[in-house]
Design a binder for this molecule. Structure first.
Ligand code: ATP
Ligand code: SF4
Ligand code: MG
Length: 366
């Protein structure tokens, strides 16, 4: 739930925490900041052009999202290929600097963290990447990643304690230690390799996992196991997750708040049930309408096939990102960037069709 305090009579704006932060936390007065938050993050990339002029695209364009600790939540970030999901993940992990915007860890800008705080951030914000095989060196036994983590973070004081930790971590992700310890990556399935990465994460009990399409390259039959592990982590260990996917049904399975990304911009966000029951941005509407199934959670991108051929350039900042394809486009859509309008209790859409409804203003910490 997102805080939605309605402002004065003079304007219709609402001040709000980022999507993903519980109302109680923001209203408690305790001012407990989210563990990890991205405020108005923009990332521009230079793209090659035939002429001398430099052109830029905004891979991520003013995205705000937060992951809190208690209660832990799984926030889904859904978007088609090229919509900026991985770029945002890398920025939140501290692997890529944003062009503009602020990443905070426990309320403090990551740039200002002390050495000890940075170590804490590295430990408590853990990645899971898409390709389960790319992470491992094929010449080393797979459980080496667990050994290294135990060693680097000084998690055990003896070999037997380290072995016990490894066993416990593997069992936490429904792997039998005897099926994993001592084996090489090629001797395991993609699903098993990905769950060893999750076991590595479990060793650290982080506060947040940034999972970038973690199940897209593993067998459908074992996807649910992996997703259930993440849900268990949330429920038993208060581990939140930014769950990145291009697969609507998977996001729906995970349940939490959802953000729909279109060319780097969040065009619709909020409670996933409200969003699917009442899609309020033409992009989301068309994606759902294109699914030839009455079930709105059915497979999305493969069938939707709504591709926008040209990614907007940075100079197109001041218009709607979807204007070239939108059947409802109006003059204003070419002249201004639509704000987030509140279209439901916990539901926002960046579309001028909702003009007159309260506009959301995200409060960025000073
Ligand atoms: N280092 C880079 N230099 C230039 N452009 C980049 C770079 N990294 C990403 N991009 C561009 O930024 C946009 C977003 O890329 P990104 O990888 O974040 O998308 P994605 O949503 O993760 O896509 P996919 O679902 O295919 O993984 C794309 O247009 C991509 O070509
Ligand atoms: S703002 Fe305008 S162009 Fe953009 S989605 Fe809404 S109606 Fe369409
Ligand atoms: Mg990606």
């Amino acid at each position: 739930m997102v805080e939605t305090k309605v402002d004065t009579q003079q304007d219709t704006s609402i001040k709000s925490g980022p999507v993903g932060v519980a109302e109680s936390e923001m209203e408690s007065g305790a001012k407990v900041p989210p563990v990890l938050a991205a405020y108005n993050i923009t990332k521009e990339f230079n793209i090659p052009t035939p002429g001398l002029q430099r052109e830029y695209i905004a891979a991520v364009d003013q995205v705000t999202v937060a992951l809190q600790s208690k209660p832990a939540k799984i926030v889904s970030l859904v978007g088609e290929s090229g919509s900026g999901k991985t770029t945002l993940a890398r920025i939140m992990l501290g692997l890529t600097p944003p062009t503009r915007g602020v990443i905070t860890y426990n309320g403090k800008p990551v740039k200002e963290l002390t050495k000890a705080e940075r170590f804490d951030y590295r430990r408590n914000v853990q990645p899971i990447f898409q390709d389960p095989f790319a992470i491992y060196n094929p010449f080393y036994r797979i459980d080496r990643v667990l050994d290294i983590t135990i060693k680097n973070f000084k998690l055990a004081s003896s070999k037997s304690e380290a072995l016990e930790l490894k066993r416990e971590a593997l069992q936490a992700v429904d792997l039998q230690p005897r099926d994993v310890i001592g084996r090489y990556p090629h001797q395991l399935s993609g699903g098993q390799c990905q769950r060893v990465m999750l076991a590595r994460t479990f060793l650290l009990r982080p506060k947040v996992i940034i999972a970038d399409e973690p199940v897209s390259m593993i067998d459908v039959a074992v996807r649910t196991l992996f997703l259930n592990n993440l849900l268990d982590f949330r429920d038993k260990y208060d581990i939140s997750c930014l769950f990145i996917t291009h697969h609507l049904a998977t996001a729906y399975y995970m349940g939490g708040p959802m953000l729909v990304l279109c060319f780097g911009r969040v065009v619709e966000s909020g409670n996933i049930d409200q969003l699917l029951a009442n899609p309020s941005h033409p992009y989301t509407e068309q994606l759902l309408a294109a699914i030839p199934s009455p079930d709105p959670t059915a497979r999305w991108t493969e069938r939707a096939n709504i591709k926008i051929t040209e990614r907007p350039l940075v100079r197109d900042f001041n218009k709607c990102v979807y204007v070239e394809r939108c059947p409802y486009a109006m003059d204003i859509c070419r002249q201004q960037r639509p704000p987030d309008y509140q279209v439901g209790d916990d539901h926002y859409a960046a579309c001028f069709r909702h003009q007159g409804k309260p506009e959301r203003v995200v409060e960025v910490p000073a």
